[in-house]
Design a protein around this ligand. Sequence first.
Ligand SMILES: [Zn+2]
Length: 448
Amino acid sequence: MLMSDSTGDNKTTGQGPLPPFKSWRPRRTARPGTISKLWVGVGVVVLIAAVLITGLILLARRRPAKPVAVMQTPTDTTWRSRSFVVKSGEIMSTLLTRARVPESTATRIITALRYGKFNFRRMRPGDSLALMYRDNQLLRVLYHQSHERIYRLDLDSADCRVSMVYQLISRTPDLIQGHIENSLYQAMLELGEKPGLIADFADIFGWEIDFFSETRKNDSFTILVERKLADSSFIGYGPILAARYKGRIGDFYGFRFTDPDKHTDYYNAEAQSLRKTFLKSPLHFSRITSFFGMRYHPIRRIRCKHSGIDYAAPTGTPVSCVADGRVTFTGWKGGYGKLVEVAHANGFITRYGHLSRYGKGTKSGVHVTQGQTIGYVGSTGLSTGPHLHYEVSKFGTPTNPLRMKVPRAEPVKKAYLEQFRTLRDSLQQVMAQMAGAMRPPQPDQEQH
Ligand SMILES: [Zn+2]
């Protein structure tokens, strides 16, 4: 028994630098007993010696001998892990099968989880399973049900222990600054930010700026936002606390303020609401970023031969109604192709042409709300390629949608103005301080 062990060990030792799988034992000095027909006697002696030496080494192992410890170190630290994200409709057993966990182990895991009061019905796509191996042996299973709730199973002994790990979610404020080269979307992606933040930012200024046609190269943006970290890894953003967009079109600030009545909104420095009765553009940035995901979307303004604005956009891009109103027309209308017409308060009418199809429930007579999808970009009617034709008229007279003066929503209540100003000043101070900390003194600025 010992014999065959020691020869096997010698083989692995002979392979040199290969990863030692189960071979932390074999620092053998004993040579394998080569049995020669002529030297049977000698062979037997060598075998006995080998047995003795092996026995001595086994004895030595019981003491905390140095060489053993040295050899164990590398295997101790080599944890290998594999991760799987739960797919739609997946249950624990199918997930474990996909992760190629042997059936008997899978049964142990499921039993232990059940014992640990794991709610199998709360498994959701996007949850994740991490299998951690040491020396090719599955020793630990982590199931992330959310960023905060993690189930941990240890399979190191005969039984299987389940514990819950609550991760500490920390929030750290961060200042994101950039400038536009081609588009806001691209600029933020290049800074490594996620589409969700871009959409949130664009939503704050969605009534002031048409990010598809009014941004210019070298316009700058600043965002004060909290980054949520779980165990020091980024898991998402908190709400934007303050934002600024400075460009050719103007210098805009937005401050998030929750008044004592628990009403939260974004206001400019003068405590006016950033919300208006009309959105600046029917192509609503947040809808588009969720529609296109991570891809850069080539939406831009193109010349319009008639009164209105044309946006070149891929077929299927959602079109949002710019203000609350009532649909007065849906159907084909000459050069407009498929058209939606909406009547709003104060004699305003908006038209959305060349649509590929209409929004769900969009038909003549229905009430629509600001931001609601009323159709999708297409190329119907007199159109050379997929684009949206958007026009506004007031009492029958065409109006430039980008120059409209439209009423704002309620400003900060008078009673809370002092509170708002205090918050605004502190946010501005934080932004200035963080910007100063980020930007080392720039001597080239003095050259002008
Ligand atoms: Zn047009």
